[in-house]
Ligand binder design. Structure first.
Ligand code: PSV
Ligand code: MN
Length: 396
């Protein structure tokens, strides 16, 4: 590999960090059931401990996204405990995710609910979540709503839209200047007729209505089949509205599969749009890269390490595109040469250069293999087995 290519790989890896989801370490499952894992995390402390393993072997995951309902058993009062764990395991508290989809009162929605009292309760939870984030020095509050309806005619879509704007504005007024409100969209599930924030355009409108610190969060699993996600990414970048990602892969719907396991070229193309924007503007894009995967079959920590390794590879490949040459090819409409340039970067074997970078950082060359050798998995299976296999201890 040429010296300047190697340099591009190292520079890309120095910058690339990706956030882990606390819910990805617990026993989670599909709508039809869960296959319990003996080593799954059974407490917030175990989630931090497991995240610290991923960070120890990859060096690319210094933070952990938290879900308020699942990780803060005592609401705002749990902040001290989270701070203790963050210090103990040297893992920062990442994005704070309010949970407005699990409690019974949200059967017909949260901010979009017909009942003003329920909308107030939802807002109170959002305000508490902002407070939690502020106390933990977490910049991002990521909002995902299950709100929607299942049958035509059963809800007033326009009224719900206005209630959402009211609630998001009120939440935004609670932010401190450095914080951001990320609005995630999803076209289906659990609502199957209409979802109140169904696509990136609706999320963009809501984020803008909320206020100047509102941005859009793109979960790669939350699109219709064949949708061009990298175009959405390019548009959001050009509007300065891309706040972050929830990465996962999918074959059919929101399948929560490992990043790049089905379509690695798509992840590459997303990263390419980001790198292209950065090259053109001369500025790093301010994006929170996060993983949103809950593995039901793969061992959870292994799956996270595999995810990080794949994300690094695809990010690095995108960093190999020569933007100056590509823009010349675009300007002269040399379609084949432009496409070949992307393909050449995508097909470059970057693994040796990544291994060299890891060595230079004192990291294992192969995080996954090293984790497997470490004995951590069998230790946690022994320690947590009885608790995990006798009952369902954690819901996500
Ligand atoms: C919903 O499908 C989602 O993508 C949201 O980001 C949630 O916070 C996460 O999954 C976990 O359920
Ligand atoms: Mn998500």
């Amino acid at each position: 590999m040429a010296e300047n290519t190697e340099k591009a790989v190292w520079q890309a890896l120095d910058r690339f960090q990706i956030e882990l989801p606390s819910w990805g370490f617990a026993n989670t499952g599909t709508r039809f059931g869960k296959f319990l894992q003996a080593g799954a995390a059974t407490s917030i402390e175990e989630k931090f401990a497991d995240a610290a393993q991923v960070q120890q072997f990859t060096g690319a995951c210094p933070s952990l996204a938290l879900h308020v309902l699942w990780d803060f058993s005592d609401g705002v009062r749990s902040v001290t405990e989270i701070e203790r764990l963050a210090n103990k395991y040297a893992i920062r508290a990442g994005a704070i995710n309010p949970n407005l989809f699990q409690d019974q009162q949200y059967k017909y929605g949260s901010l979009g609910n017909l009942d003003p009292d329920i909308r107030k309760q939802a807002l109170r939870h959002l305000v508490d979540s902002v407070e939690i984030a502020r106390r933990l020095n977490s910049r991002d509050i990521s909002l995902w709503f299950a709100d929607g309806s299942n049958y035509p005619g059963s809800a007033n879509i326009r009224h719900r839209k206005e209630w959402f704007i009211e609630g998001l504005r009120a939440t935004h007024t609670e932010l401190s200047p450095a914080q951001r409100l990320l609005v995630e969209y999803k076209p289906f599930e659990p609502a199957f007729y209409h979802t109140d924030i169904a696509d990136w355009g609706m999320a963009l409108l809501f984020a803008r209505c909320a206020g100047s610190q509102g941005k859009v969060l793109v979960d790669t699993g939350h699109h219709y089949q064949a949708q061009n996600i990298e175009q959405i990414v390019a548009w959001l970048l050009s509007e300065n509205m891309l706040g972050g990602f929830h990465f996962n892969d999918r074959r059919y719907a929101d399948d929560d599969l490992t990043i790049g396991s089905i379509d690695p070229y798509q992840v590459f193309r997303i990263f390419h749009e980001i790198r292209s924007y950065e090259w053109e503007t001369g500025q790093p894009a301010d994006i929170a890269y996060m993983i949103d995967q809950s593995h039901n079959l793969k061992l959870k920590i292994e799956a996270m390490i595999q995810t990080v390794e794949t994300a690094q590879e695809l990010y690095v490949k995108a960093a190999l595109v020569d933007h100056a040459e590509l823009s010349k090819e675009q300007a002269s409409t040399d379609i084949v040469a432009a496409e070949e340039r992307l393909k050449a970067a995508f097909h470059t074997d970057v693994r040796r250069a990544i291994r060299a970078w890891r060595r230079s950082k004192g990291l294992p060359e192969s995080p996954l293999a090293e984790y497997r050798r470490s004995g951590y998995q069998s230790r946690i299976e022994t320690e947590r087995g009885v608790k995990n296999l006798s009952s369902v201890t954690s819901y996500a």
